[in-house]
Write a protein that binds this ligand. Structure first.
Ligand SMILES: Cc1ncc(COP(=O)(O)O)c(C=O)c1O
Length: 501
């Protein structure tokens, strides 16, 4: 009640604007700044090819970014924009550039970039309430299902921050389902009771985000039983079946198989149909980590590899990978919609006062309007446009593999079925020197990065360091692939001559 008697409080009687706080601008400035920003965006996006893929942040720039004082009084917006132009925009990660193939990070689709200010201007909480934001998300999640060949009827899904959270969301549903089938409530009782240890299965090519989820769920990473892969890097279903039998024999509770549709190392897609047969027979939840590869189904030449997708229990997808939606956006899809809701809802079933809120499908209560980003991309490109971009990436990966195979100083490690290619700089003179080859390829990835014409990363796989190209940029064309090959050969030769001298 301090305020009641205070003379200092001056109630604002006229219409509030917020101008004096710096948190809002009057209409003319809004328009002027808005035009300036859109000019900046258009310039940035249309000149991306002319800039280096990656450029080291100069020491003094790094220093200026790090030592900025906390502003006591706000700066004019023009000044903020100038800071961005000079100190931030010239030093991107590189993923907008068509010759970038470093990690599985795509370029943003232009429609989604342009729509961003509207998403922010509306700023709805897409976790609660009755508004267009939640309504749109309900529908766009179904579009994602349709794009991935995931059944729509009775399923539910929700946009999340990315593949890691999508896996986490689906795995929580899987665990809830298994506990329910075993007659207990994991949400209430946690993993505290003395019950058969819950175990799940992932191939040796599976992504580490699954381990993080399992750790966060209190199962402990020992609960993940790693299954070896076939020569095509797919989970060996026979070995999986044997392992499940062994685990049952020693009193463990196999509750989930985590398949991958598009492994991060080679793009391999596990045999979903065979896994679905086994999971049905053993009454185990089949989850698919499709963070990278699930939209690969849009390339009709490889669509048959996704056979069985209709039979899986859950699917993690990433819109910020192959759909070119700006970071961050993933989507968790679950076949049993009510079950997903039961995994997260806070009101008891049967006491619903409103239609399902999207926050009842996930951990997050206040949620940004990711659906508008996805909607703008899918609506502008259409299924056909997305399919063309993805098929082109797969074609570029094939081209890269062919060019690598034709070069005597390069060795192809793996290629296909999607858009990841691994290869090494391996001149014949070094065949008998694996340590130098490893050192060379590791340094090569960094040096190529520094040179700025392309960007690849190195990876350690089956005892060897290799270069990995992940092609997910809708602009990548044959000349970018040629640049990749030329840069690797040229940089490799120059590093080798330094080693030899
Ligand atoms: C197969 C796979 N699963 C999960 C993830 C994690 O996705 P995110 O980085 O969006 O959290 C990735 C990321 O590359 C991935 O390739």
């Amino acid at each position: 009640m301090i305020y009641e008697d205070s003379d200092d409080v001056q109630p604002v009687l006229q219409e509030g604007t917020g101008y004096e706080s710096g948190l809002s601008f009057e209409e003319a400035s809004l328009k002027r700044f808005g035009y300036q920003v859109s000019d900046e965006v258009a310039e940035y996006l249309s000149t991306v090819r002319e800039r280096p893929v990656w450029k080291q942040i100069p020491g003094e720039v790094r220093e200026m970014i790090r030592t900025q004082e906390l502003p006591e009084q706000g700066f004019p917006f023009e000044d903020t924009l100038a800071f961005l132009r000079e100190l931030i925009l010239p030093y991107p990660q590189g993923n907008g550039h068509p010759a970038f193939a470093g990690w599985i990070n795509s370029a943003p689709a232009h429609a989604a970039v342009l729509i961003k200010p509207l998403v922010a201007a509306m700023n709805p909480n897409c976790g609660i309430g009755d508004h267009a934001g939640q309504e749109l998300e309900r529908r766009v999640v179904q579009w994602v299902m349709e794009l991935c060949g995931f059944p729509v009827a009775d399923s539910a899904g929700v946009f999340v921050s990315g593949g890691s959270e999508a896996n986490f969301t689906c795995l929580q549903a899987a665990r809830y389902w298994a506990a329910q089938a075993d007659g207990w409530d994991v949400r209430k009782e946690g993993m505290q009771g003395s019950r058969p240890p819950y175990v799940l299965y992932q191939s040796d090519q599976g992504h580490f985000s699954v381990r993080r989820s399992v750790e966060a769920m209190g199962l402990g990473s020992d609960a993940i039983h790693i299954i070896p892969t076939t020569p095509t890097y797919q989970m060996d279903v026979e070995q999986l079946s044997q392992r499940i039998r062994q685990d049952l024999n020693v009193g463990q509770r196999p509750f989930c198989v985590v398949a991958t549709a598009g492994t991060v190392e080679s793009g391999a897609i596990d045999s979903l149909d065979e896994l679905a047969d086994l999971c049905e027979e053993q009454d185990i939840w089949l989850h698919v980590d499709g963070a990278y590869g699930s939209f690969g189904i849009l390339d009709e030449r490889v669509a048959m590899l996704f056979e069985g997708m209709k039979r899986v229990d859950s699917l993690a997808t990433d819109q910020h990978k192959w759909l070119s939606v700006p970071i961050d956006c993933g989507c968790a899809l679950v076949r049993h919609g009510t079950l997903l809701r039961d995994t997260f809802r806070l009101t008891p079933a049967g006491q619903d006062e409103h239609e399902v809120w999207m926050s009842e499908y996930t951990m997050q209560r206040t949620r940004r309007f990711r659906a508008l980003d996805v909607w703008s991309v899918v609506r502008t490109a259409g299924r056909a446009g997305l399919a063309r971009a993805i098929a082109n990436n797969n074609d570029m990966a094939r081209l890269l593999a062919r060019m690598v195979s034709a070069e005597p100083d390069l060795e192809l490690v793996s290629s296909g079925p999607l858009s990841i290619v691994r290869f090494r700089y391996a001149p014949p003179a070094l065949y008998d020197d694996p340590l130098t080859l490893d050192r060379l390829n590791k340094e090569l990835a960094l040096e190529v990065q520094r040179r700025g014409k392309t960007l690849l990363t190195s990876t350690y796989f089956q005892g060897k360091v290799a270069l990995r190209a992940c092609i997910v940029n809708y602009m990548t064309c044959a000349s970018d692939i040629l640049t990749m090959v030329e840069e690797v050969i040229d940089t490799g030769a120059s590093l080798l001559s330094q080693i030899n001298n």
